[in-house]
Write a protein of this length. Structure first.
Length: 241
């Protein structure tokens, strides 16, 4: 019995065609497809290396190189290879070698930032240590140090740079990082290129305006430091905050 015409058209036209797996199944087996659909956890170490080394185009040479690399030293040793060592692997040139080294270096830096203890601020002097480099600046810099509930630094940001004084900085530019990083408190610091350690009238008024604005958000301004080559001045210690 012959199949209906519409069914016959969907049947394989030859034995070779019948032996080929469906195209959708082949695509489902590709590392790039599994990465996109299921995330990197669905791939082996060798497949992840292959994506870096060959832009997702697997070949027998690349697969053999991946397997040999992992067998010789494991992923940790592979991640320490330099550009010259990578280019000795069959199928890997200078551009791919540089990409491999860069990818592993980014991974190390990310891990380091997660494990590195956050500096804790327990007074004006420890806050000054975070910004003492401002003493070398020839222009005035305003820096915000943002803290969590344990007074640990969760973010530090240069808020403005210029020859004008800090009073030209809008409160929203100072409070936005605090809100974005969920800070409970913050400290301001700016340098006096002139070397004068005393706060100006504008410095005091600016600090008071920022404190009022921060109170609306429930975020406390702990201090405002003036940094010079000879040290620092704390407005809180001066009774000006």
């Amino acid at each position: 019995m012959k199949p209906p015409e519409e069914v016959r058209e969907a049947w394989p036209q030859s034995a070779a065609e019948a032996a080929r797996p469906p195209r959708e199944l082949v695509r489902g087996l590709r590392p790039l497809t599994r990465l996109k659909e299921h995330g990197p956890g669905a791939l082996t170490d060798g497949e992840l290396l292959g994506i870096l080394a060959a832009d997702g185009r697997r070949s027998a040479r690349v697969e053999a190189a991946d397997a040999a690399l992992l067998a010789r030293g494991g992923l940790e040793r592979v991640s320490r290879r330099n550009v010259k060592e990578w280019t000795r692997v069959p199928g890997i040139g200078q551009a791919v070698a540089c990409r491999m080294v860069a990818a592993f270096e980014l991974r190390r830096r990310a891990a380091f930032k997660r494990t590195r203890p956050k500096p804790r601020i327990d007074g004006p002097r420890s806050a000054w240590r975070q910004v003492r480099h401002l003493a070398r600046a020839r222009r005035e810099h305003l820096v915000g140090i943002y803290l969590d509930a344990q007074n640990s630094v969760i973010h530090r940001e240069t808020l403005s740079i210029g020859s004008l004084n800090t009073t030209r900085t809008h409160p929203r530019e100072i409070l936005y990082p605090a809100v974005r990083h969920l800070a409970l408190a913050f400290i301001l610091a700016h340098n006096h290129p002139s070397g004068c350690p005393d706060p100006s009238t504008e410095d005091v008024e600016f600090t008071a305006s920022i404190r009022r604005a921060s109170e609306l958000f429930g975020i406390e301004l702990y201090d405002h430091l003036i940094v010079t080559a000879d040290g620092f001045t704390s407005l809180r210690e001066r009774g000006l905050l």
